[in-house]
Write a protein that binds this ligand. Structure first.
Ligand SMILES: [Zn+2]
Length: 405
């Protein structure tokens, strides 16, 4: 008989590992904290914590560092996660470019590199180049414990392939799990880009704790979202839950490649912005742009300088982002929505309209409780997210994945 994951029980060894993971996850969020702090947050007894921390120190995962001030000015020994001993490689694959970076499990960046490729290039050639670059980094950085991949959604995680890559049909046949899982002597984890972005915000976004639920609204070449609810990604059956880019906001609207009509993605993606901008603001594109990220920024810069047409276009994009937020709020009840990727460069030009739409269209008791923010991550959130995918997995099973002495 098959084990059903959702109703599977926990053996004592699983519980021990869960408690270790809880402590490691708290330390990932804090620079230094004491055993008493951990007791307060986890509800575990001091005795349990002393025992678990001793094992983590013995394994080399946690180190004692000096003293921290606790309640009543009492000094307690500080604990710190040995992050620099546990690096992860993040790989972001997108339509025109793949990026690879090395990070530690607290999000510190060690290196990142980008490789562009053409839509007409064979997927298999690009895969070979990706593997080569990862092997090279593994030779250079000996402390890598896992590799995370962020791929464009909708990604069928059980099958290991992308269901639809707009304008790049050959990539639909690439099985990421088969290609990469056994290629390296490190564990490989793959998620879609919006889920990766959500994990990047969750682990590296400094939004404070506790947070019950965070939605990442990816507005880049495509549109999507990733939701972390009570410490877990919402995945659905196939792993494509929260694919808000393909929620119809006009059932009679233009046809989308997914088969639906009037999908949100057709109105507030970078592609939608640039298509319109090239029509009404051709002067901005007389000089060839370096990449689409920079092209979007040209429109927002023009808007900041007071260009009427650029302002109108930015306003229109913000309105549609607002509709997207309304859907996110009604569907997932997030505490924080973080908007990221190329469109988020519009920053403060976008937020007032987004907030206005949300206020008008969501019940006040709910809308008043949601914070809508623009991502402040300095690293590309999807690449950072790829690192966060690996980080999320290794923090859940520290004994299995983290470096021991
Ligand atoms: Zn669609």
């Amino acid at each position: 008989m098959k084990k059903i994951k959702e109703v599977a029980g926990n053996n004592t060894s699983d519980l021990v590992e869960m408690n270790r993971s809880a402590i490691v996850r708290i330390l990932q969020q804090m620079d230094v904290c004491s055993r008493a702090d951990i007791a307060k947050i986890t509800g575990l007894t001091q005795a349990s914590i002393t025992k678990i921390v001793a094992v983590l120190i013995d394994m080399g995962i946690v180190t004692e560092v000096g003293f921290v001030k606790g309640e009543g000015n009492r000094r307690s020994i500080g604990l710190r996660l040995n992050a620099e001993k546990n690096l992860v490689i993040g790989v972001k694959f997108s339509r025109h470019v793949f990026s690879i970076g090395v990070f530690d499990i607290r999000g510190k960046v060690y290196t990142q590199q980008e490789t562009e490729f053409g839509l007409d290039e064979f997927a298999s050639d690009v895969v070979v180049e990706m593997k080569k670059q990862i092997h090279d980094l593994l030779k250079k950085y000996k402390n890598v414990v896992a590799i995370g991949f962020a791929v464009p959604g909708p990604y069928l995680r059980k099958e290991g392939r992308i269901a639809l890559v707009t304008k790049m049909p050959s990539w639909q046949n690439v099985n990421f799990v088969e290609e990469f899982e056994n290629e390296f002597d490190k564990p490989v984890f793959i998620e879609q880009d919006a889920n990766a972005g959500a994990l990047a915000e969750w682990w590296f976004g400094n939004h404070g704790r506790p947070i019950n639920s965070l939605a990442y609204f990816l507005a880049g070449e495509g549109v999507g979202s990733g939701i972390v609810d009570h410490d877990r990604l919402i995945l659905g059956n196939l792993g494509i839950a929260s694919e808000i880019g393909h929620i119809s906001i006009d059932v009679k609207g233009p046809a989308c490649e997914c088969g639906n009509k009037g999908c949100l993605e057709l109105y507030c993606s970078a592609n939608a912005l640039l298509k319109k901008a090239e029509e009404i603001l051709p002067e901005l594109f007389e000089e060839e742009y370096e990449n689409r990220w920079e092209a979007c920024n040209r429109v927002f810069l023009a808007a900041k300088e007071g260009n009427e047409k650029a302002l109108e276009l930015t306003e229109e994009i913000a309105e549609y982002l607002g509709y997207g937020c309304v859907t996110l709020i009604n569907a997932y009840d997030p505490e924080i929505i973080v908007i990221g990727d190329s469109i988020s460069q519009g920053g403060d030009l976008l937020l007032p309209t987004i907030n206005k739409i949300v206020k008008e269209r969501v019940i006040p008791e709910i809308s008043g409780k949601v914070q809508i923010k623009i991502s402040k991550l300095t690293v590309d959130p999807t690449l950072y997210g790829a690192a966060a995918i690996a980080t999320d997995k290794v923090l859940r099973k520290p004994s299995e994945y983290l470096v021991s002495k």
